[in-house]
Design a protein around this ligand. Structure first.
Ligand SMILES: C[S@@+](CC[C@H](N)C(=O)[O-])C[C@H]1O[C@@H](n2cnc3c(N)ncnc32)[C@H](O)[C@@H]1O
Length: 325
């Protein structure tokens, strides 16, 4: 008898292959699998908070820190609607009416020393934050009641300056509501982290990061008014994107567009669909090669993009034109 025939004659056993994670979970006892998801079984027994409402009251909540912003809405003049403007954003912002923008989504220069052409990206940290906060204060003023401000930032870890915390602190002190923080996982393990700090010694190990932050703030209200028919996020997107760790690869077309620090379109798409309605007005005061304005246009939002560089503004305009062809 050949080997093949012997194997075929063996009685069939039904073997259920448990994924490895489930096995580990079972041996740990405190975890279990419910509807395909890993849950901590002891959670309800051990962590139940009694008198939750009473305790919430005692803590005073976010309302204690927020400002009672004016609710009047003002229209954005036509000359700013669906425009890319090449000027210092502080100057332009000062001309905009209060309460006229639904979402500010931006990534400011990080002060890393990148080559931006028309912007000097190495300043002492005090002047850097002063310039940034003047622009952000104008963003707060022009945002509508219920409008959102979302800042993408990566701290310069090698300078040990927690820019994401300092920026969040600024908005919080101005009375905005901190809605949350999204971790943009770029998985760029190949980036130029060559430093280990103190190699194999606890004296000063250097921590490495493959992600950036999106700090999300609301002006006056956590809820934003909008019509049902202007919602374009579907159930699967919503379920997935409210998990605040977004794995999105960095933009690949930076060379092509001649800009060193662009958003990937997928990042902007998520932000717009999750935080705005169709027809809303989106402002990017550091618009660069115009990814925010391009995706706003694609997703039927109105936009205003500001950048100090003529070349970047030209690119931003061209990308929209090419898309409309
Ligand atoms: C990180 S980049 C933004 C890139 C953009 N998110 C994109 O997808 O292309 C920051 C931009 O801010 C611009 N910038 C710096 N200072 C500015 C200012 N005072 N007013 C307007 N734009 C400024 C720079 O020219 C640069 O393009």
């Amino acid at each position: 008898m050949n080997k093949k025939a012997t194997t075929a004659a063996k009685p069939k056993t039904v073997k259920i292959n448990q994924p490895k994670i489930k096995k580990n979970v079972r041996t740990k006892k405190s975890y279990g699998i419910k509807m395909g998801k890993r849950i901590y079984e002891g959670f309800n027994a051990e962590r139940k908070v009694k008198n939750r409402k009473e305790k919430e009251k005692k803590r005073l909540g976010y309302e204690f820190f927020t400002e009672p912003f004016d609710k009047t809405e003002n229209p954005l003049p036509k000359k700013y609607l669906n425009k890319i403007i090449c000027e210092d954003s502080l100057k332009v912002l000062k001309k905009l009416p209060d309460n006229s923008i639904d979402l500010v989504f931006t990534s400011p220069p990080y002060n890393f020393g990148l080559d931006y052409g028309d912007h000097n990206d190495t300043n002492d940290w005090l002047s850097y934050f002063e310039t940034l906060f003047n622009i952000f204060d104008e963003c707060i003023r022009v945002a509508k009641h219920g409008g959102r401000i979302i800042i993408n930032i990566q701290p310069l870890f090698s300078d040990y300056i927690p820019a994401h915390h300092l920026i969040s602190n600024h908005f919080f002190n101005k009375g905005l509501i901190w809605k949350g923080e999204i971790l943009w996982e770029k998985n760029n393990y190949n980036c130029k982290y060559t430093a280990w700090g103190s190699w194999k010694s606890p004296s000063s190990p250097y921590l490495k990061y493959t992600w950036e932050f999106l700090e999300v703030f609301c002006k006056g209200n956590l809820k934003k008014a909008g019509k049902k028919e202007d919602i374009d996020i579907d159930a699967e997107e919503f379920k997935s994107w409210v998990n605040a760790k977004w794995s999105i690869a960095p933009e690949r077309g930076m060379k092509e567009h001649g800009h060193p620090a662009m958003f990937p379109e997928r990042l902007v798409e998520r932000v717009l669909k999750l935080f705005t309605f169709k027809g809303d007005i989106v402002l990017d005061p550091f618009n660069g090669a115009g990814t925010t304005t391009l995706v706003s246009h694609k997703l039927e939002r109105n936009y205003l993009g500001l950048d100090i560089s003529k070349d970047y503004c030209k690119t931003a305009e061209k990308r929209i034109k090419d898309q409309s062809l």
